[in-house]
Every structure is written in structure tokens, then in C-alpha cells.
Design a protein around this ligand. Sequence first.
Ligand code: NAP
Length: 277
Amino acid sequence: MPSDRYAVIGHPVGHSLSPTIHARFAQQTGEDLEYSRIEPAENGFGEAATAFFSEDGRGLNVTVPFKAEARAWCDRVSDRAERAGVVNTLTLQANGWVAGDNTDGIGLVRDLTVNLDIGLAGVRILLIGAGGAARGVLEPLLGETPADILVANRTAARAEELAAEFQADGPVRGCGFDTLDHEPAFDVIINASAASLGGALPPIPAAVIARGAAVYDMMYGPRADPFLDWGRDAGAATVSDGLGMLVEQAAESFLIWRGVRPQTTAVLAALRAEQGE
Ligand SMILES: NC(=O)c1ccc[n+]([C@@H]2O[C@H](COP(=O)([O-])OP(=O)(O)OC[C@H]3O[C@@H](n4cnc5c(N)ncnc54)[C@H](OP(=O)(O)O)[C@@H]3O)[C@@H](O)[C@H]2O)c1
């Protein structure tokens, strides 16, 4: 019998570590599956996803730039993906429908609280960026009962609108970068902006970093270095890129698909060793 088929779909997707991560999960748990990459043209998501599932594909991870389109395309959406506004996991259901979910938020929270041992209850969090990644993590972050989350974005209005949407979930405000000078320092600073993609640093005053703070970039690999160096130079006690978030969101997808949650510690350590860290 052929192995169950899964894939990551994105554009570009050649760089994706998801096939490596899921191959390790499958080996560890003894699950019989194969996991590949699909890179349709930028307007080709719907056609490629339809073809994959009609040819008996079982599940897809969805990455840039298709996460919002995936939410509109699938037959039903989980509550957390509805709140997140984007879908990163598609699963074929027994009745032939494709269900959409979002595991990015829980992936970030697990990386922070379990892998990095950063307590979020009662702390002040600065979330930089107000795009899909920031939206996807707000509800799970607020679920950890921080004292306060400030969403700061290049376009202030987007941060204010995003914060307003999540007001009922906990203490969250939005602002532009220019007002950060007047804020007391933060315990956890998370870069959810795409600045690191282009090698840029968001223009944030170093005074936002409290003594002993944690600085985190959702970007992983060398492109996270400028932000993490900035955090280290400003006195952060812990700095981390988003590789752990990537592994943890993958483990949550694997759990949805296979009913078993792989252990992530060894997989994350192996990936870091391969990256020469
Ligand atoms: N580790 C993981 O598993 C994981 C998962 C999801 C996402 N991510 C990462 O998260 C990042 C954001 O993704 P996204 O989907 O949210 O992207 P997005 O929806 O395109 O949003 C981009 C955000 O970045 C801001 N931005 C872009 N360039 C900037 C710059 N030069 N300086 C300051 N702000 C800038 C934008 O501000 P404006 O509103 O002003 O345009 C916007 O808030 C990406 O680096 C992605 O790789 C990682």
C-alpha cells in the first residue's frame, strides 16, 4: 500500500525545512507517510490544492503567500484559524471536505514557554508587526494571561485595528513605532514583522528591552541575526530565532493529521546542529 501523502505548499518553497521536520517525525513515531513540496505559480494555489486532494493527498501545510487564500478555499475552518484569519494546515476529512486550521500560534507559545522556559503570565509583551503572523499569535498569547501586549507596527493604524479586534481576549493595545519611546520596558519582545526577511531592523528604541528580557524573532536562520544581535547588545537575557516555532507548529499539524504528537526536543536540536549552531 502506498504511503499517505502530505506536502508543504508555498511560493517559493524550495527553502522549506518542513519536509525534513516531518520525515523525522514520521521516523520517530513509526507513521507511514511521505511529505513533499508543491510550488504553484502565485495565482495557482486553488488548482494545485484541488489536484493534490483529488489525487488522495491527506494534508497540506500552507506557507507564504497562500495562507489567507487557503482559509477562503477550504470547506470548514477551526475557531482558532478563524480568529487568526489565516490557515497553515489543511486536512482531508472522512466526508471528503478539507478542513483548515492554524497551528502557528500554539507553536510560538510552546516554543516560548516549554523550549525556552519563558513564563508569559503577568509579563509585558511587545509584538512587532501587524500582519498575518502577528494576528495568528495574538489569541494564544493573550491566553497565557500576560499583563499587557502592545502591538507596534510600521503602519500604526493596522496595529490599532488588530488590537481592537482582540480587546475582548485580554489587555492589548496598538501603536506605531514613534510612540515606543514613551513606553515602560517590556519583558518579552517578539518580532512578527517581515523586516528580517529583507535584512532590516524595525526602528525600535533599545530602551524597550527590560533587564533580563527575552527577545524573539519569528524569522529563523541567519536572517534573524541582526534583530537578535540588537537584543543581545541591549541587554536581553534570552534571544532566539523562530526555528522552535516552526518545529512546534509542525508537531501540531502532525498531531492533527496522525493523532500522535511527536517529541520535538531532539528534532529541534538536530536542526540546530545541522545549521552549525
Ligand atoms: N517561525 C515560524 O514558524 C513562522 C510562522 C509564520 C510567520 N513567520 C515569519 O513572520 C514574519 C511575518 O510574516 P507575515 O505572514 O505576518 O507577513 P505579512 O502578513 O506580509 O506582514 C508583514 C508585517 O511586517 C511589517 N514590515 C514589513 N517590512 C517591514 C520593515 N522593513 N520594517 C518594519 N516592519 C515591516 C509590515 O508592516 P506594514 O503593516 O506597515 O506593512 C507587516 O506588519 C515573516 O518573517 C515570516 O517568515 C514565521
